[in-house]
Design a protein around this ligand. Structure first.
Ligand code: 3Y8
Ligand code: NAP
Length: 248
């Protein structure tokens, strides 16, 4: 029986795998959480919204006769990944993570690596600074305790009320370019960047720009996710699915 695939998306790699699966005319469904107003359309049948925890995901797998799950969610989407491990464990559905490697500092990078967003807020400099808070929307409340700084925020959708008083928002979905991020940092006279160690190419430009402008970066480490079979490239995930189709 050919695999019926659930692809948990929301990253550049997930979109690349979706194109490969569509070209292969695979029996696959793409899944978004529904975090943004108009997510990029995908070349696969797409569902949007949570499943309802582990039980909801297990039920979805059974009701849709899913045989293989590829978790290509973002490294900070740890709850979704934990739920996928649990639900696939309960139902016997095969699970593969498509997860890009973390960024590592190189020559010329001035990084301070911290474990959590809260630690990053606590570690901000004592004197007022102009900070590019490039972590999206969900982590912002941690910085409400540091109102003395100016924050430049880049958000996919402009939200309602912000927990930060001294802040300016630019709207952006990414992938971002070096030219764009250099201009952004210079235009807003940024002195420090706070980023999540997401890996991949879509959010890397700000780090290249920081290196060129000799700006320090506070890098927040990924949350821990329990061990699971994983590959780093969409092509390897496709090979895994082809082998599954041959029953190997
Ligand atoms: C809803 C789907 C693709 C996917 C593109 C990648 C690249 C551009 C870089 C900065 C950092 C940030 C943020 C970011 C990047 C890609 C990728 C990536 C970072 C979309 C998307 C969805 C989301 C959700 C959104 C979060 C937010 C995080 C913005 C679509 C565009 C900061 C993460 O307002 C909100 O609630 C937004 C929430 C989760 C993190 C946060 O906590 O706020 N992504 N991002 C997905 C869903 O509903 O399931 O709208 O089209 C996807 C992408 N975002 O197909 O090429 O592969 O990483 N996304 C971070 O990495 O730090 C921006 O500005 O420099
Ligand atoms: P999360 O905190 O790990 O997940 C919270 C809940 O959101 C999950 O328990 C699940 O709800 C639902 N969910 C998450 N991803 C889903 C998906 N792809 N399909 C269906 N439901 C999903 O997730 P998050 O960090 O908010 O990320 C949400 C989405 O944004 C993911 O697709 C992720 O790939 C993408 N994204 C996140 C980041 C980031 O920085 N966190 C960056 C770029 C893209 P139920 O429990 O109800 O099933």
């Amino acid at each position: 029986m050919s695999p019926r695939i659930l692809l948990l998306g929301g990253t550049n790699e997930a979109s690349r795998l979706a194109r490969l699966l569509a070209q292969a005319e695979a029996d696959a469904v793409f899944s978004y959480a529904g975090r943004t107003e108009t997510p990029i359309p995908q070349p696969l049948p797409t569902r949007i919204g949570g499943f309802g925890g582990v039980a909801g995901l297990a039920a979805y797998l059974a009701e849709n006769a899913i045989t293989h799950v590829v978790d290509a969610t973002h490294p900070f989407a740890a709850q979704m990944s934990r739920n996928a491990i649990a639900a696939c464990g309960q139902t016997g559905v095969k699970l593969l993570a498509l997860e890009r490697p973390a960024w590592v500092p190189g020559p010329g990078d001035d990084w301070r690596e911290l474990e959590t967003v809260a630690e990053a807020a606590a570690a901000l400099p004592p004197q007022p600074a102009r900070i590019f808070l490039a972590i999206g929307r969900q982590g912002l409340p941690a910085f409400a305790t540091r109102p003395e700084h100016f924050y430049l925020l880049r958000l996919v959708n402009t939200p309602g009320k912000l927990p930060l008083s001294h802040a300016e928002i630019v709207q952006g979905r990414g992938p971002f370019t070096l030219e764009n991020d250099l201009a952004l940092l210079q235009r807003h006279r940024i002195g420090l960047i706070v980023a999540k160690n997401s890996g991949g190419e879509g959010g890397r430009a700000k780090l290249e720009a920081a290196k060129m402008l000799r700006l320090p970066v506070t890098m927040v480490a990924r949350p821990a996710i329990p061990a699971r079979e994983a590959v780093a490239e969409p092509e390897a995930a496709l090979r895994w699915l082809h082998e599954a189709a041959r029953g190997v």
